[in-house]
Write a protein of this length. Structure first.
Length: 405
């Protein structure tokens, strides 16, 4: 930590999350020690210190990113934005000319309604100040910058003038949905954080069987097993030795606390288990797919995630699925819905056949199915007991619960 940098005891944070997962993400962040947690639209607001900020990056499964607020100021136009950015922080500490940076922007105000030009305005404000102070400026690096800045503009009250600008730091340096284990994937994969959120919404805790009869590259089951067995998403499994922490952007910040970071990494490694938290063995986790090449991808992904020993994969058509013996559990399924994959008539037949199979063989089980096409879902001839709106790759979907009788 720089000896000239005043440590912030607590600071405001925005966690950007997939739409539909705000409530369950708020629970996750509170469980990990975030304070003043408040769900927003596609985001969760909270307050953290440095240690808990590191912890969230290492162990939270649902967010895309965590934005640490640097400054918030009134903004009525480009002059306010330019001045506010220059006064937002001690840039001699945060962004000396030797460090690279990039700027992202969201939101809009009158006269500031184009995200690209808003980001450019922030960049210009910073390099203008650097030239005045140093006679030189930082370079912009879109791939591996030392500092990632995020501007968000929001309008004021109707009829009022201007609005608010919030300038934040992105602690991850890249989207947190990428775990590092998924080198192999299917043609239309779920993002890992969305899969983790969908599993959280089912309430599955590892004590009952979990089955995906159309598992594809295995994302739902792998994320489920990782959560049940305490595999921190910010750690990557290595070939021998302890899991490695990802190279998060905050490690290059001037107030980086190396001792707090090492404590959080050690705690995240210590959360790894071979059984459930209460010592019971993990219930059966089973993935099924009729494509041998896709199953090979799923096996490779599970191995890379460190959960290969706890997931069983079998080859077979979902329409011939019979659940494993023992108590009923939870079925999860992300069948194709025609937006990217599959012929419409064939898919309608698939859904109808799947519905019959489940009703014939899975009485007592609960099905959670991700639907991006209500007409195809209707072919199941089953009535959903719960519908949760989510977005999968920009497609408006529903996470549907069916209690099979």
């Amino acid at each position: 930590m720089s000896p000239h940098f005043p440590r912030a005891e607590r600071f405001e944070v925005i966690a950007v999350v997939p739409p539909g997962l705000e409530e369950v993400a708020a629970v996750e962040l509170a469980d990990l020690g975030a304070e003043a947690v408040r769900p927003l639209r596609r985001a969760v607001a909270c307050r953290t210190d440095l240690a808990s900020y590191y912890r969230l990056h290492l162990r939270a499964r649902l967010p895309f990113r965590f934005l640490r607020e640097l400054a918030r100021f009134p903004c009525r136009g480009r002059d306010d934005l330019h001045r506010g950015v220059q006064n937002a922080a001690d840039w001699d500490v945060w962004l000396p000319p030797s460090h690279s940076f990039k700027v992202e922007a969201t939101g809009a105000l009158r006269g500031l309604d184009h995200s690209h030009y808003n980001a450019l305005a922030v960049k210009n404000a910073l390099v203008d100040r650097q030239r005045q102070r140093w006679g030189e400026r930082s370079s912009v690096d879109l791939e591996h910058p030392d500092l990632v800045l995020h501007l968000h503009l929001s309008a004021g009250r109707p009829g009022g003038q201007g609005g608010t600008a919030v300038l934040s730091l992105d602690g991850g340096g890249g989207s947190l949905h990428r775990r590092g284990w998924r080198a192999a994937m299917g043609l239309a994969p779920l993002k890992e954080n969305l899969a983790a959120g969908l599993i959280a919404l089912t309430g599955w805790d590892g004590s009952v069987p979990l089955v995906d009869p159309l598992c594809g590259s295995g994302t739902l089951l792998i994320e489920a097993a990782c959560a049940a067995l305490g595999r921190a998403p910010g750690l990557e499994e290595g070939a021998g030795g302890p899991p490695r922490a990802r190279d998060f952007g905050f490690r290059r910040w001037p107030d980086f606390d190396a001792a707090a970071w090492e404590r959080e990494v050690t705690a995240a490694r210590g959360s790894r288990r071979d059984n459930l938290a209460d010592g019971r063995p993990l219930a059966e986790v089973l993935g099924r797919d009729q494509d041998p090449a896709v199953l090979a991808q799923a096996r490779a992904n599970a191995a890379a995630a460190g959960v290969a020993l706890w997931i069983r994969w079998e080859s077979g058509d979902a329409r011939a699925f019979v659940p494993p013996p023992g108590p009923p559990g939870i079925l999860v399924c992300n069948p194709p819905y025609g937006a990217r994959l599959g012929d419409r008539d064939e898919l309608e037949t698939l859904y109808a056949d799947l519905g019959r199979t489940l009703k014939d063989h899975c009485s007592g089980w609960t099905l959670w199915l991700l639907s991006g096409n209500p007409e195809l879902t209707g072919a199941l001839r089953m009535k959903a007991s719960r519908r949760i709106a989510v977005s999968n790759g920009g497609i408006d979907c529903r996470w549907l619960r069916y209690d099979i009788r």
